[in-house]
Design a protein. Structure first.
Length: 273
C-alpha cells in the first residue's frame, strides 16, 4: 500500500488525500468552464459558481463528518476539525450544502436552476471519482474484509485496523488489519462512467433540466449498492447506513424530477439531427 503522505514541504506533510482533493476541484472547474458557453455563461461566471459550490460543499461535508464522529474522534481533539487533509468528508453533507449555496447564487443572478444543475451534473461525478481515489490512498471509506482478487492491506496504524478491532471482526488481531475490498476504486470507476454517460446525454438533449435529476437518480443507485461493501461503519441502523437511508429518499424524488424534466425537454433529438 502507498504511503498516504505524498511529499513534505518543510515540516508539513502533504497527503495524497489533499492532492486528490485539489485535482478533483481542478477537474470539476475545467468541466464547468469549458462547457459554460453551452449554457449561455461566461467562463468567469462558471468559475464563480464552481468556487461557491466548493466552499459550500467542503463546509457541509466536514460538518456532517464531524457530527457523525464527534464522540469517536473530535471530542478529545477539537483542533482536528480543521485538518481535512487527514480525510473526513461526507459526500451527502457536502452535496446538500453546495446545492443550497448554488440555489442562492442562481436566485441572485437570476440564473435558471435547471441550467446550473445541468452544467454541474457531469462535473460532480468526475470530481467525486478523484475524491474516491484520495480515499483509497488515505485509507478511509474502506471496504469489508476481503481475501479475493484486488484485496488491499492497510498499515496497522491506520483507521482500518482501529475500526476492525472495535467491530470485533473475526480473524483480526493486534498485529494488523485484515485485507479489505477496494470499494473506493469501484465507486471511482462508477463515477467516471456516470460522468461519461451524462456528457453523452448532454450532446443529444434538446432542452435543459434533464441531466441533474438523471445524475441524482444514478448516483443514488451507485451509492446504495456500494454501501453494502463498506467496512468503515460502526453502526447500521435498521441494517442500512445513513447514506443508504438518504438514497432511499433521494432516488424516488430524483426519478419524479426526471420524469417532469423529460416531458418538458421533449425527449431526445433524433440521432441524425
Amino acid at each position: 500500500m502507498l504511503d498516504p503522505v505524498a511529499f513534505h514541504l518543510g515540516g508539513l506533510a502533504i497527503r495524497w488525500y489533499g492532492v486528490c482533493f485539489a485535482l478533483a476541484f481542478l477537474a470539476g472547474y475545467l468541466a464547468l468552464v469549458l462547457r459554460a458557453p453551452r449554457y449561455g455563461l461566461t467562463g468567469e461566471r462558471a468559475g464563480d459558481l464552481a468556487l461557491t459550490a466548493m466552499v459550500g460543499g467542503v463546509l457541509g461535508a466536514r460538518v456532517w463528518y464531524v457530527v457523525q464522529n464527534w464522540d469517536n474522534t473530535f471530542a478529545g481533539a477539537p483542533l482536528e476539525i480543521f485538518r481535512i487533509d487527514h480525510g473526513g468528508l461526507v459526500f451527502y453533507g457536502g452535496f446538500l450544502m453546495a446545492l443550497a449555496a448554488l440555489a442562492v447564487m442562481c436566485r441572485r443572478w437570476r440564473l435558471p436552476f435547471a441550467a446550473a444543475g445541468d452544467l454541474f451534473a457531469p462535473a460532480l461525478p468526475l470530481a467525486h471519482a478523484l475524491g474516491r481515489l484520495g480515499c483509497f490512498l488515505n485509507g478511509c471509506c474502506f471496504g469489508r474484509p476481503w481475501h479475493g482478487a484486488c484485496a488491499v492491506t492497510y498499515p496497522a496504524a491506520g483507521d482500518v485496523h482501529a475500526v476492525q478491532l472495535r467491530l470485533g471482526v473475526p480473524g483480526v488481531t493486534d498485529a494488523g488489519p485484515l485485507p479489505v475490498f477496494p470499494i473506493q476504486l469501484v465507486e471511482a470507476g462508477a463515477n467516471v462512467a456516470l460522468a461519461a454517460a451524462l456528457l453523452l446525454i448532454e450532446r443529444r438533449t434538446s432542452r435543459r433540466g434533464l441531466l441533474f435529476p438523471v445524475y441524482l437518480a444514478c448516483y443514488a443507485l451507485i451509492r446504495f449498492a456500494g454501501e453494502f461493501a463498506r467496512g468503515d461503519y460502526l453502526s447500521r441502523p435498521g441494517g442500512l447506513t445513513s447514506a443508504q437511508w438518504l438514497c432511499l429518499l433521494l432516488f424516488p424524488a430524483a426519478l419524479a424530477w426526471g420524469v417532469v424534466a423529460w416531458r418538458r425537454a421533449g425527449g431526445l433529438r433524433d440521432a441524425g439531427k
